[in-house]
Design a binder for this molecule. Structure first.
Ligand SMILES: [Zn+2]
Length: 267
């Protein structure tokens, strides 16, 4: 009887800790870090370790991932830094459909939401994340469903900026190159813009180097490794100045290519 009572008390304590942790996380996701410039016109901010990247293309803004805050506070911090408003955003490119990358787009209207077709159901919350930790995190955070109106299949080049908005100008030829990297999720993508490669959760930058996705949140580590090797081949002839990750920020400027080579050697 006593053992059952103790167990009951323990369950209550654990439940309370989870509840307190959940409230803390939900508060913290609305408190973005400071804004950092990665290279001219490309900036990053994060909350609860989820990064949002924004690039100014002419007078327009494009986003790479939208962060974990449904109110989009990290996005607003980036826009303020860029002297832009939400109305200037034309596109958000999702690295994948997990809620800690898509939630921030819930309040954005009239933009192209680009996401690998394989992750559409995930972003719409019609299927749960596969990894247990991802499932638990998503439940605790209560991420909103996000509908991606512009699904991606295969490799693609997408025009952005003024040309994208239907005008001619010096930014007319700016493109985002999209590379499928199915692994972390079926619809995972890497995006290359202006020498910066955005890889979402396929990789993480920590302690000065790139590593594969965090195992606890990754249901398919082998597929992810294969995707990283494949990506290296796909971008062989591209300029890779910097690599930016979903939860660890970016490699130092100029070291992107070398750090990817180093990661592939360790896979
Ligand atoms: Zn993820």
């Amino acid at each position: 009887m006593r053992a059952i009572k103790n167990l009951f008390v323990l369950v209550i304590i654990v439940a309370m800790l989870v509840a307190v942790g959940a409230v803390a996380l939900r508060v913290m996701r609305g408190k973005p870090s400071g804004v950092e410039e990665i290279k001219q016109g490309i900036v990053m901010a994060s909350s609860v370790s989820s990064y949002v990247y924004a690039a100014k293309v002419g007078n327009k803004v494009i986003l790479f991932d939208a962060g974990a805050d449904p109110d989009g506070k990290p996005i607003d911090a980036l826009l303020a830094w860029l002297h832009a408003t939400r109305g200037d955003i034309t596109d958000v490119f999702f690295s994948h459909g997990h809620g800690d990358h898509t939630a921030g787009a819930a309040g954005l209207r009239n933009i192209h939401i680009r996401l690998g077709a394989g992750d559409i159901a995930l972003a719409e919350k019609k299927v749960p994340p596969e990894a247990f930790a991802g499932k638990a995190f998503t439940t605790v955070m209560g991420f909103p469903a996000v509908t991606a109106g512009d699904p991606l299949t295969g490799a693609a080049s997408i025009e952005v900026g003024e040309a994208h908005a239907g005008k001619e100008g010096k930014d007319a030829k700016k493109v985002v190159k999209a590379f499928p990297i199915p692994g972390h999720t079926p619809g995972s993508y890497a995006f290359l813009y202006d020498g910066v490669l955005f890889v979402g959760d396929a990789m993480i930058f920590k302690q000065g180097r790139l590593d594969p996705a965090i195992k606890l949140f990754d249901a398919h580590p082998d597929e992810n490794k294969a995707a990283i090797r494949q990506l290296q081949k796909q971008i062989e002839n591209e300029e890779i100045d910097i690599i930016c990750t979903g939860h660890g920020g970016c490699t130092p400027k100029g070291l992107g290519r070398n750090q990817l080579t180093d990661l592939v050697a360790r896979l």
